[in-house]
Write a protein that binds this ligand. Structure first.
Ligand code: ZN
Length: 151
């Protein structure tokens, strides 16, 4: 990745960490799931309000490192108003982006602003931080009853 873009992306991660979007509990949420990343200590709840098949509202709270928090922040911004199917598709694209081999390209058009997180795959221990909110969201969307943990 080009150095300037890397810096810009780092700045955006810092900004999302400082002023996360949709960072609030949702007392009247229809769905809620809790996720842990014991490796780093990240711990979040993701709240969903569904209307039919559409995510009317999504928020999160909890605590974690800058990567996990900014990923959750960007996720909530990206998923509000999306259908269940679109949310799952985006989950898959982000998963692919985060778990790809270092140096391998990915289709940035499919992930939009979330491409900011693309550089995370260079730091395998941080991939779990970046993916935690996504796994937690999926459990809220399609509950399995399993504890969401990156371990
Ligand atoms: Zn973390």
């Amino acid at each position: 990745m080009n150095g300037d873009i890397r810096e810009l992306y780092q700045q955006m991660i810092i900004d999302h960490n400082k002023n996360p979007k949709n960072f609030r509990p949702m007392p009247d949420a229809g769905r809620v799931a809790e996720g842990y990343n014991p490796l780093c200590g990240d711990h979040f709840k993701v709240y969903l309000k569904l209307e039919g098949d559409v995510i009317r509202d999504i928020s999160f709270d909890g605590s974690g490192c800058a990567i996990s928090k900014s990923s959750a922040s960007m996720m909530t911004a990206a998923l509000k108003g999306k259908t269940r199917e679109e949310a799952r598709a985006l989950f898959e694209e982000v998963r692919k982006m985060l778990s790809r081999e270092i140096g391998k390209p990915f289709d940035a058009t499919k992930v939009g602003k979330l491409a900011i997180l693309a550089g995370v795959c260079e730091f395998p221990s941080r991939v779990k931080c970046a993916s935690l909110a996504w796994h937690t969201m999926l459990e809220a969307l399609e509950p399995t009853g399993k504890q969401v943990s990156t371990e």
